[in-house]
Design a protein. Structure first.
Length: 256
């Protein structure tokens, strides 16, 4: 299976490159920005050239690339594994449109354990009444991270909202600062911390008047994301067009 890497000189791109080789797949090469020093592998001039040499493209880049990548890849036979976060609603609409023509696996976090935590978040959201249990999500990442809250934090919030039958966009609340007023009943709050080289830490906290439940996931190594993305690429090649996630790849859909 031939795999290509968009963002091959980045933190994730390098790990994905190693994971492709570790899994015994063929590395076609990748895309990087001018001036970057990529791993020792073919570098293609653009996505059209890369996708022509691949069965699947694994993409960890920047949200500004998502719409052009979606448009281009939709016209190829190439599967698209998308790990980039910080997408706008218009970016996401482009991903969904592309998935009507090719297999797309999109995940805010490709680590197997996080996907179990997402399933637990939905179960806890369904079990703990929103009027009694205040849900808050705290995340911490390395100082270079560009978007906040992290894609994984937002996925946790969406899972809780889905469990509660809420519309996520109406209940989410960002950073509180100054005279921000009392907490709205049923809202899902986010706090983002940045520092050092932390790979990714997320805690989902449900606080009631008389008890608290906290669920924490800590990623120690980007290899867990990279191995998951390569597994997703191998799974996606030859699949019918559609928008898939890691629950599909891990066979967790039946368990919810
Ligand atoms: P990084 O900055 O180290 O690397 C990103 C790479 O993308 C750059 O090296 C560059 O080659 C490319 N790039 C950046 N801007 C570009 C542009 N405008 N046009 C074309 N190429 C561009 O970042 P990173 O830590 O590797 O993270 C990349 C993305 O993946 C981020 O959105 C991050 O949040 C996300 N991420 C997702 C997961 C997951 O499991 N889904 C895990 C970690 C990171």
């Amino acid at each position: 299976m031939r795999m290509g890497v968009a963002g091959i000189a980045g933190r994730m791109g390098r790990m994905v490159t190693a994971a492709i080789l570790e899994a015994g797949h063929s590395l076609a090469g990748g895309l990087c920005l001018p001036g970057e020093t990529p791993p020792d592998t073919p570098i293609f001039p653009d996505m059209a050239a890369l996708s022509a040499a691949c069965d699947a493209v694994i993409d960890f880049t920047h949200a500004s690339t998502v719409l052009p990548h979606a448009t281009l890849l939709a016209g190829t036979g190439c599967a698209w594994v998308l790990g980039t976060t910080g997408l706008t609603a218009a970016d996401q609409a482009g991903v969904t449109a592309a998935s009507s023509r090719i297999a797309v696996v999109q995940a805010a976090n490709f680590a197997a354990g996080v996907n179990l935590v997402l399933a637990l978040a939905q179960t806890l959201g369904a079990a703990l009444p929103a009027a009694e249990y205040d849900a808050e999500i705290v995340e911490m990442h390395h100082r270079q991270k560009l978007d906040a809250p992290s894609g994984t934090a937002l996925a946790l919030g969406r899972a809780v909202a889905a469990g509660r039958g809420q519309d996520f966009d109406t209940v989410r609340t960002g950073a509180r600062d100054g005279q921000c007023g009392a907490r709205r009943p049923g809202e899902i709050g986010f706090a983002a911390m940045r520092g050092g080289q932390i790979v990714g830490e997320h805690t989902l906290i449900f606080t009631a008047a008389d008890e608290q439940i906290a669920l924490t996931h800590r990623a120690f190594d980007r290899a867990s994301f990279a191995r998951g993305a390569v597994r997703a690429a191998a799974w996606a090649v030859g699949r019918a067009p559609g928008l898939y996630d890691m629950k599909d790849v891990l066979g967790m859909k039946a368990a919810g």
